[in-house]
Design a protein around this ligand. Sequence first.
Ligand SMILES: [Zn+2]
Ligand SMILES: [Zn+2]
Length: 133
Amino acid sequence: MYASQSQSCVTRSGKPRKGYYSSDDAEDGADYVFKRYKKRMVPYLCENCGDWHLCPAKRHTPSQHCDPCSKQAYESKQAAERREKILVAERGIWLFIYECPHKNGWHLTSMSKEDFKAEELAKKAQSEAAEKL
Ligand SMILES: [Zn+2]
Ligand SMILES: [Zn+2]
């Protein structure tokens, strides 16, 4: 185990929150907790201390599937941002958060902001053209 005790982060009960250096270590920690306590934990990258912590799967980034967009939708912008940080840290890709056009929450796309805007404009032009028919 390569766990470190972070100074800045405490659990809700006031104990220091266990921090992991990488998502792999955190995954190992989550496996251990699951085997030992039968509790599903999800690693997340902490904005506060920069380490990885575990949080109960139940409380982790609530998301649902958005059928019209056929992608994951996050309940709030904050949840999408949390997920984005994890993906950026893990995969080193840049993600753009946008509100679901069908009001199902928030989505992440790996498209660049420019590409996304271009696509939106193209869609808008298409629907305007369709209206004129
Ligand atoms: Zn922390
Ligand atoms: Zn959607």
